[in-house]
Design a protein around this ligand. Sequence first.
Ligand SMILES: C[S@@+](CC[C@H](N)C(=O)[O-])C[C@H]1O[C@@H](n2cnc3c(N)ncnc32)[C@H](O)[C@@H]1O
Length: 324
Amino acid sequence: MAQPALIPSRWEDAPDQGAPQAELLAGLAAPEAVISPKYFYDPLGSKLFEAICALPEYYPTRTEAAIHATHQQAIAASVGQGCTLIDLGAGNCAKAASLFAALQPRQYVPVDISADFLHQSVAGLQERFPQLPMLPLAMDFSTTLELPASVDGQRRLFFYPGSSLGNFDPRQALAFLRRVRAALPPGKGDGGILIGLDLVKDVRVLEAAYDDAIGVTASFNLNVLNHVNALTGADFNPRDWRHVSFYNARQQRIEMYLEARRDLIVRWPDGRRTFRQGERIHTEYSHKFTEQDILGLLEQAGFGNCRMWFDQRRWFAVCHAQAR
Ligand SMILES: C[S@@+](CC[C@H](N)C(=O)[O-])C[C@H]1O[C@@H](n2cnc3c(N)ncnc32)[C@H](O)[C@@H]1O
């Protein structure tokens, strides 16, 4: 597939995190070591996430898909048809594809950091929808969003499912939504944002979703070390680490870590770090939201006309909002 012409539009206030290698090594050297969750997604990580979505414990994917299926006519009425559908963190593109019939997009722009997985997913999708122009963009949208020239002048709908916004801390989440808002023309003519967010619920349901019985989420978490090794030349051995996750009720978030099973030294070209047994590397937050949190965030980011749809248990919310 030909690469589209790109209009540079670097986020104005995005931190310049530099190359992945520099960002990762800075995180490993920090007093409390950290690896951004965006590095989960190498080719194996993307497949492991697909497997997580099929787990009985991982309710978000099937709950959001059910909301889309139940309310697709109302969603289409709110969003309008014929937009350019920009899918932020498209993954296997399945959620967007399930809305094509209702939304009748003019073109589909899936964006994902996991380049190989994205291109494979889009190749399969293009066979199923040969008439729909598809312009996959392999990029890290947390630092930059370069939209293809063909998006210019089109009604845009930013699609941001999977509660991925919850991976940002609240300040970053607001900044990210403001950047999306800045990429939309004001007024009712635009498509706005269609976002899926996971809601606060019983801690047992939340904790099971991030620590499943057969260890797929643990593998997903541990695989980030293989990706870090590939990107930095570090010598992490995943066998030295274990998956830890829990719900922090005060902060309304799942926290995920890798914990050293023993005292060890991790080396990379020009550097090393000692980890004590029990020391942790932070790998993910997954913030959970109330309805009020969502409305407040969207409002502060410059969105209005919010409409929300829920599942019967009110475990998940899908929200459409337009730029004010
Ligand atoms: C939780 S998965 C959601 C996948 C799919 N949208 C869904 O709802 O099932 C997050 C997706 O976003 C992508 N992603 C994560 N961080 C990203 C970033 N900074 N820039 C671009 N894509 C990113 C990942 O590769 C992955 O496909």
